[in-house]
Design a protein around this ligand. Structure first.
Ligand SMILES: *Cc1c(COP(=O)(O)O)cnc(C)c1O
Ligand SMILES: [Zn+2]
Length: 422
C-alpha cells in the first residue's frame, strides 16, 4: 500500500468501506482489501470552514463546493465549466401534468451535454493529482465524451470502453475529443469487465472503476446546486434517472452532508429512482420488497444511458431510496419518448431519453396518486437530446417539404397557415 501524504489540514479525512467500515487513507485504492466492498470518501466536516456566503461569492461551476470534493491541490483542477446549470421553474409543464410546483434541473447544458461532466472533472483532476499517465472509462455513452473532453484538456491519452450498440453520435463525440474508442461486442457489463481488466494491467485511470470513490463525489454537486438555487433548502421530491445507481447514491449522500453542515435546515427530500422498463433491476427489487438487486441479462431500452443490467450501486441505491422515504418507478420506451416530447414542447428543453424518463415517471406517479398536486417536484434532466437524435423520425416531428415558392408553402400548409397580418 502507498504511503498517504495527507496534510494535517486536509478536508478529506479518509476512505471508508461501505460494507465493513474498514478505514483507509485517501490513496489510489478503490475496493476494500478485507471484503472487496466499495470505498467512500469521508470529510472532516467539523473542520470545514464553509458557509452560504463564501459559496455564493465563488465562480459558477461545481468547484464552488470544493471543500466537499476530494481534491487536495486546487492547481490540479481540470475545469471545462461543468456544473451550476440552471434550475428552471416550469409552469407550462406543471400545468400540463396537473402540478403546482415543478422544477427542471437542466444538466443538458454541461460542457459535453450531460451530467457526466460532474464526475469526470473530479476524476480526471484526481487522476492528475495521483500522477496517472493515461485515463479512460467504461461508458453507456455519455461518460465517454465527458472523460475524453476532460482528458483532452489535461493532455492525457484516453481509452473509452463502450458497448458497440450505443448511439453513433455519442461514439463520434468521444472520438472527436481524441479518445481511442474500444467498441466491445457485448453489453455494458461486458465493456465494464474488460475495462476493469485493463486497469489492473496498465497504469490507467479508469475513472468509474479504479478512481471510482473520487469519481462519484462529483455527481452530488447537482443536489448542492438545487438546494442553493431553491434558496438554501432541500426539495420535497427529487426524481433521478438510474443506471448504475451512482448518481442517486451520491445525491442522497450530498443532501446528508449539506444537512450536517447546516447549509439546509431540514432534510425531508423523497428520492425517486426512475428506470426504463427494459432495464429496471432496481425498480423490480423495490416493488417486490427485496433487499437485493438481481441483474438483468439483456437490457433493451431506448434510454441507452441507463442500460446497465448489473448496477454497481444497486443495493445502495435501493437503501438510499428507502431511507429517504422515496420510491422507484419505471416507464416504457413509448412513455419515455412522450416525456422527451412534452418537455421540449412545453419548456424548450431538449433531453435524451435518459433525461425525459423523469417526466414519464412523474406523470405515472401523479396518475397513481403517489405524488399529489400540492407537492413540489424537481426532475433531474441529465442528458441532451443532441446525443440521441436517431430516436425521432421526421414524420413524428411534423416536418413538411415544400418548393421554394410562397405558392407551394401555402398549398402545403393549407388551413394551418398562420397568423396573417391584421
Ligand atoms: C449515466 C447517466 C445516468 C445514470 O447515472 P448512474 O450514476 O449510472 O445511475 C442518468 N442519465 C444520464 C443521461 C446518464 O448519462
Ligand atoms: Zn470492507
Amino acid at each position: 500500500m502507498e504511503v498517504a501524504t495527507l496534510s494535517k489540514k486536509s478536508h478529506v479525512k479518509m476512505l471508508k468501506c461501505r460494507e465493513c467500515g474498514k478505514e483507509y487513507p485517501p490513496i489510489k485504492i478503490h475496493a476494500c482489501e478485507e471484503c472487496f466492498g466499495p470505498l467512500e470518501v469521508v470529510y472532516n466536516i467539523d473542520l470545514l470552514n464553509i458557509n452560504k456566503h463564501t459559496i455564493e461569492g465563488r465562480s459558477k461551476t461545481l468547484w464552488r463546493y470544493r471543500e466537499l470534493l476530494p481534491l487536495e491541490d486546487a492547481a490540479k483542477i481540470i475545469d471545462l465549466g461543468a456544473g451550476f446549470t440552471p434550475l428552471h421553474e416550469c409552469k407550462r409543464l406543471a400545468e400540463a401534468l396537473g402540478l403546482r410546483r415543478l422544477y427542471i434541473k437542466n444538466d443538458t447544458v454541461n460542457p459535453t451535454g450531460s451530467f457526466k461532466d460532474r464526475p469526470a472533472t473530479v476524476a480526471i483532476s484526481k487522476s492528475i493529482e495521483f500522477g496517472f499517465r493515461a485515463a479512460g472509462c467504461a461508458s453507456t455513452g455519455n461518460l465517454a465524451a465527458a472523460t475524453a473532453a476532460h482528458a483532452a484538456k489535461a493532455g492525457l491519452p484516453c481509452y473509452v470502453f463502450i458497448p458497440s450498440n450505443i448511439e453513433k453520435s455519442k461514439i463520434l463525440q468521444a472520438a472527436a475529443y481524441g479518445a481511442k474508442i474500444i467498441a466491445v461486442k457485448g453489453t455494458y457489463d461486458d465493456a465494464n469487465r474488460l475495462a476493469a481488466q485493463a486497469s489492473y494491467e496498465y497504469d490507467l485511470a479508469i475513472v468509474n472503476i479504479n478512481v471510482r470513490p473520487y469519481y462519484v463525489e462529483g455527481s452530488k454537486t447537482i443536489v448542492f446546486e438545487i438546494c442553493e438555487q431553491l434558496g438554501w433548502r432541500a426539495p420535497e421530491n427529487l426524481i433521478i434517472p438510474v443506471g448504475s445507481g451512482a448518481l442517486l447514491c451520491a445525491v442522497w449522500r450530498g443532501l446528508k452532508q449539506f444537512n450536517e453542515l447546516e447549509l439546509i435546515d431540514e432534510l425531508k427530500t423523497k428520492i425517486i429512482g426512475a428506470q426504463p422498463e427494459g432495464c429496471s433491476p432496481i425498480v423490480r427489487a423495490y416493488k417486490s420488497n427485496l433487499g437485493d438487486v438481481s441483474p438483468i441479462e439483456k437490457p433493451d431500452t431506448v434510454a441507452k444511458s441507463l442500460a446497465i443490467g448489473d448496477p454497481g450501486d444497486g443495493i445502495y441505491a435501493l437503501r438510499s431510496i428507502k431511507e429517504s422515504g422515496g420510491l422507484a418507478e419505471c416507464a416504457t420506451d413509448e412513455e419515455i419518448i412522450e416525456g422527451v416530447n412534452l418537455l421540449a414542447k412545453t419548456e424548450g428543453i431538449f433531453a435524451e431519453p435518459a433525461g425525459g424518463i423523469t417526466i414519464a415517471v412523474l406523470k405515472k406517479l401523479i396518475d397513481s396518486g403517489d405524488i399529489s398536486r400540492d407537492e413540489e417536484v424537481v426532475c433531474c434532466v441529465t442528458g441532451s437530446g443532441f446525443k440521441s437524435l436517431e430516436i425521432f423520425s421526421s414524420r413524428q416531428l411534423n416536418i413538411v417539404e415544400v418548393e421554394p415558392t410562397l405558392n407551394s408553402f401555402e398549398r402545403t400548409m393549407g388551413l394551418e397557415v398562420l397568423i396573417e397580418h391584421g
